[in-house]
Design a protein around this ligand. Structure first.
Ligand SMILES: NC(=O)c1ccc[n+]([C@@H]2O[C@H](COP(=O)([O-])OP(=O)(O)OC[C@H]3O[C@@H](n4cnc5c(N)ncnc54)[C@H](OP(=O)(O)O)[C@@H]3O)[C@@H](O)[C@H]2O)c1
Length: 282
């Protein structure tokens, strides 16, 4: 199938393309390919002239802490313009052209006050980045597919994920601080790619949590990374969520999303232990 997508040069998108090609062929609309999705006419023109039945909308401004200072700008903020205004236009041109849309969202749409989150739970985003991603979800609505992911990691990437950042620090014998009282569900990017393929094959609609099956703290995750890569685990130091994120964008302390719904499609999501083993040998 031909697929036209935004942000396919990013951390997640580039691996989705690698894994789904050549079963599917891709046209990328990202800054890398000279296309700014905030330029209304350019994006519309590319989507309109494409014969692709699916549009993958992955492009976003993803700097969570950087976005926070823009909150006062509201709809004029660069993060809003990319994550909401451009999304709204892409949704609109998809409707006009009868194309299906798949949008990537985030665990940060939740406030982190519940033990776990299913697709039925109501978002309550805290930071500005999270708010813009949730507004993007609202623009996509029930007709599209919304795939919520969390802390994606992979084997090789130009843009480092959190696993590679920790490996880099520990390899350089730098100590790192990691919260013991925060919970997240890191997600192996290859699982995201296969889940997306299944969703489009089934012509699905609605919200899907596509996340790792293991909830753990950043401290536990960093210790596991050190052990997996024979690095000095004593460089991983304990801190608290409050201490670590003081002065930074608000985010969920406990973002334990459940991915049972995508599991019913026969998609096998992996735990962090399994994902770490896979990225070592891939
Ligand atoms: N990474 C995470 O931890 C995480 C967690 C949850 C959800 N997500 C979501 O997953 C999706 C993919 O994230 P990612 O980590 O792959 O992001 P990324 O590596 O930061 O890549 C972002 C992509 O968006 C493109 N882009 C940004 N602004 C653009 C613009 N104005 N016009 C055209 N393209 C633009 C970038 O193009 P260039 O490469 O050419 O600059 C790049 O391809 C995003 O929607 C993000 O919100 C990410």
């Amino acid at each position: 199938m031909n697929i036209i997508g935004t942000g396919l040069s990013g951390l997640v998108g580039s691996r989705v393309v690698e894994l789904l090609f050549p079963r599917h062929s891709f046209t990328d609309l990202s800054l890398d390919t000279g296309i700014d999705i905030t330029n209304k006419s350019t994006v519309e023109e590319h989507i309109k002239k494409s014969d692709a039945p699916w549009v993958f909308h992955f492009a976003a401004k993803t700097d969570v802490d950087g976005a926070e200072s823009e909150a006062a700008l509201g709809e004029k903020s660069p993060t809003w313009i990319v994550n909401v205004t451009a999304t709204e236009r892409i949704v609109s041109v998809c409707k006009t052209m009868g194309k299906r849309l798949l949008y990537i969202s985030t665990d940060y749409v939740f406030d982190g006050t519940k033990d776990t989150y299913s697709e039925e739970d109501l978002p309550n985003p805290q930071g500005w980045y999270a708010k813009t991603k949730h507004e993007g979800e609202k623009r996509v609505g029930e007709d599209g597919i919304i795939v919520r992911i969390a802390n994606p990691y992979r084997k090789i990437a130009d843009k480092p994920d959190f696993v590679k950042k920790i490996i880099g620090r520990l390899s350089g014998e730098e100590s790192i601080q990691a919260p013991t009282d925060q919970l997240f569900v890191p997600t192996f990017i290859d699982d995201i790619a296969f889940a997306i393929e299944k969703l489009i094959e089934r012509n699905a609609s609605g919200i899907y949590h596509v996340v790792g099956t293991q909830a753990l703290s950043p401290y536990e995750a960093a210790k596991k990374i050190a052990a997996a890569y024979d690095l000095d685990a004593s460089l991983v130091e304990k801190t608290s969520f409050e201490e670590y994120f003081r002065g930074r964008a608000p985010r969920p302390k406990r973002a334990v999303l459940k991915s049972d719904k995508i599991g019913k499609f026969g998609v096998q999501m992996h735990s962090f232990d399994e994902g770490l083993e896979k990225i070592k040998v891939l």
